[in-house]
Ligand binder design. Structure first.
Ligand code: HEM
Length: 149
């Protein structure tokens, strides 16, 4: 059971962090360089719409498996890095929920109304927040791999 949970944990982490890394470090700069806002913003919105469906699955899988092992199996008696993972993992999930329900939803509405400046400013917000989650996620993944303290 523990191995199944840790596998789900790892798969969720790969999908979420890997997807954020690709979107932030490769897709977004290339789209900014090559595409004008009327094409770029709807493209990025469609990309995020598809990616976020998988992020929902990944977040649920990471939180359920993580807390199952941390509280169910370890009874909360775990090394420091797991406590950090639990706290900062929850913070990442809250940031994702915020992105999804606030700027991402507003960006969709702005695009429906052909309001490109509003859609663009929501995209800036989404990019910043994904940047924050990417940094926290990479640090947590490193802590999980190193099992430092
Ligand atoms: C997105 C946030 C998270 C990331 C990037 C992350 C990453 C990792 C990584 C890389 C491992 C090591 C996997 C292995 O070597 O098998 C791990 C293990 C673990 N994580 Fe997370 N994790 C996150 C969130 C959470 C949350 C919210 C919890 C809840 C308490 C949690 C609890 C655990 C536990 C209990 C282990 C097993 C440690 C062990 O094998 O002794 N993680 N995590």
């Amino acid at each position: 059971m523990m191995m199944t949970m840790l596998t789900l944990h790892q798969l969720g982490v790969i999908v979420w962090i890997g997807g954020m890394f690709f979107a932030h470090m490769a897709l977004r700069p290339a789209a900014n360089e090559l595409l004008e806002p009327p094409v770029r913003l709807p493209l990025l919105h469609q990309v995020l719409k598809r990616f976020f469906l998988w992020v929902w699955l990944a977040v649920i899988s990471i939180l359920v498996s993580g807390f199952w092992v941390f509280l169910g199996i370890m009874k909360g008696q775990a090394p420091m890095y797991i406590h950090l993972m639990a706290g900062f993992g929850l913070l990442m999930a809250i940031i994702f929920f915020y992105i999804y329900f606030v700027p991402f939803r507003a960006m969709g509405k702005a695009l429906d109304q052909n309001d490109l400046p509003a859609a663009g400013s929501r995209m800036v917000m989404i990019r910043r927040l994904i940047g924050v989650n990417l940094v926290i996620g990479l640090v947590l993944a490193a802590l999980g791999g190193l099992k430092l303290f």
